[in-house]
Ligand binder design. Structure first.
Ligand SMILES: *Cc1c(COP(=O)(O)O)cnc(C)c1O
Length: 381
C-alpha cells in the first residue's frame, strides 16, 4: 500500500477484501469486534457532548515498519501503548485528517473523502512519513463505518467525526524521521458546531503571532501547527473574541486563515479568498465553496487581500460578509474583527445572504438532503 494517489476512489472493493491498487502490495484487514453486550451506550443527546469527547466502540489501526504497512485491523477502541521515547512525543512527527460521516435513513455518506486521503499523502511527504494508500484509507474507513453505523447520530446538523491520524512510534531520542509508525482512525459523534443556531463569531486579528511561514509546514495538517496556534488563541480570549485571524508572517499584512478554517471576504463585486500557498491549509470546504459560489454566478478571486483593504471595506460598507470555512463548522459567519485595539463590526453582525446560502447548500449536499450535482458525496455501502 505504498503507492501514489492516482486512481483514487475508483475501486469498488467489497467487504473483507484485500485493499490495494497493486496486487503485490495487497493488505488484509482483520476485524475484532466488541461483544454485543460489551458495547457502550450511545449518547442520549448528541447536542450535549463537547466536540470530540465521546468515541465509538471500534477503531482502525495499522503499523509501519521495515518499509511496509502491516497489521491492519479494526478492533475495540483502546488506549495506545507507546514507548516514552516514541519520536512523535518529542519531535512532533505526526499528521492527521478531519472529515465527517452523515447518516440519512439507511444511507451513510462521506464528503469528498478522496481529497482527505490525498492531503494525508501531502502531509506525510512534507513530514517525511510513509504514505497511506488512499484506496486502503477509504475502503478501510468504509468498513469501520459499516460496523459503527449506529454511532452516526441522526439529529439534524450532527455527524460522526472521523479522525485519521499517523504518528512516529520508533523509540529514539535522536532527531530524525522514524522507521516505524502507527496509523489509526477514531470516530466521535458530534452535534452541530453552532448549538444555538447559526451565529456570527468575533475574531481577533493577530499582529504579534503567526501560524505559518513560507517554506514551513503550514500547508500540512501536522500536529505542531496547532500547538503553535494556542498562544494567540489565549490573546483572542483576553479581548473577548473566540478565534484568531492569521496574517502572513513576513509583512503581517495579508490574510491567511481564520483559526483552523480558510477565510472568505464578500464584496458587492466579488468573493475573495487568499490564494493557496505553503502557508495555507488547502481546505476541502474552501474548494467546495469556490465551486458553489462560481455556480451562483459570482466572481470568485483567489488573490492576496490585505487587512488594510478589509478594514477599509468594513468601514465603507464595501465588505458585506466575511466567513470562515472548514469541516468542523462547515461555514462560520464572522461578526466582527478586533484589530489593534478597535472592534470593527461587519454589516451589523448579521449573517450575510451568501454565507447563509453556502451553509444551507453545502450541508444539504453533505447530508444527502439535496442532489449532489458535483459527485462529491460518497455512499458507504
Ligand atoms: C483542516 C483545516 C482547514 C479546513 O480544511 P477542510 O478540508 O475544509 O476541513 C483549514 N485550515 C486549517 C489550518 C486546517 O487545519
Amino acid at each position: 500500500m505504498f503507492c501514489d494517489a492516482s486512481g483514487v476512489g475508483t475501486l469498488g472493493l467489497k467487504r473483507k477484501e484485500r485493499f490495494s491498487t497493486h496486487s503485490e502490495t495487497a493488505m488484509k484487514l482483520d476485524i475484532e469486534l466488541v461483544a454485543e453486550d460489551m458495547r457502550r451506550e450511545k449518547p442520549a443527546d448528541v447536542l450535549q457532548i463537547p466536540f470530540g469527547t465521546v468515541f465509538s466502540d471500534h477503531m482502525l489501526s495499522a503499523t509501519y515498519s521495515d518499509g511496509e504497512w502491516k497489521d491492519a485491523r479494526i478492533h475495540p477502541f483502546r488506549d495506545l501503548s507507546l514507548s516514552p521515547a516514541a519520536l512523535c512525543l518529542h519531535y512532533g512527527q505526526g499528521i492527521f485528517e478531519g472529515m465527517k460521516a452523515y447518516r440519512r435513513g439507511e444511507r451513510v455518506l462521506l464528503f469528498r473523502p478522496e481529497r482527505n486521503f490525498e492531503r494525508l499523502i501531502q502531509s506525510a511527504d512534507r513530514m517525511v512519513m510513509p504514505r497511506i494508500d488512499p484506496i486502503f484509507g477509504i475502503e478501510s474507513l468504509k468498513e469501520l463505518l459499516r460496523i459503527e453505523r449506529d454511532w452516526i447520530p441522526q439529529v439534524p446538523g450532527s455527524s460522526l467525526y472521523v479522525r485519521p491520524t499517523m504518528i512516529a512510534t520508533e523509540p529514539k531520542l535522536g532527531v530524525k524521521p522514524a522507521s516505524s509508525y502507527l496509523y489509526f482512525v477514531v470516530l466521535a459523534p458530534v452535534g452541530p458546531y453552532f448549538k444555538g443556531g447559526f451565529s456570527p463569531v468575533d475574531i481577533y486579528v493577530s499582529t504579534d503571532h503567526v501560524r505559518a511561514v513560507r517554506g514551513g509546514v503550514g500547508a500540512a495538517k501536522t500536529m505542531g501547527n496547532y500547538a503553535a496556534s494556542l498562544y494567540a488563541g489565549t490573546k483572542a480570549q483576553e479581548v473577548g473574541t473566540s478565534q484568531v485571524l492569521w496574517l502572513d508572517a513576513h509583512e503581517r499584512k495579508w490574510l491567511e486563515e481564520m483559526g483552523t478554517s480558510n477565510v472568505f471576504v464578500v464584496t458587492e463585486e466579488e468573493v475573495v479568498t487568499p490564494p493557496l500557498s505553503d502557508t495555507i491549509l488547502h481546505g476541502i470546504t474552501r474548494d467546495s465553496v469556490i465551486t458553489l459560489a462560481r455556480d451562483y454566478g459570482m466572481q470568485v478571486s483567489e488573490r492576496p487581500i490585505s487587512i488594510d483593504e478589509v478594514i477599509e471595506g468594513i468601514d465603507t460598507g464595501a465588505i458585506r460578509e466575511m466567513f470562515g470555512c472548514g469541516t468542523a463548522a462547515v461555514i462560520a459567519p464572522i461578526g466582527s474583527l478586533w484589530f489593534k485595539g478597535t472592534r470593527y463590526e461587519i454589516a451589523g453582525r448579521a449573517t450575510g445572504q451568501l454565507t447563509q446560502r453556502l451553509f444551507n447548500d453545502l450541508t444539504r449536499i453533505q447530508t444527502g438532503e439535496i442532489d449532489d450535482p458535483y459527485g462529491w458525496v460518497v455512499d458507504v455501502n
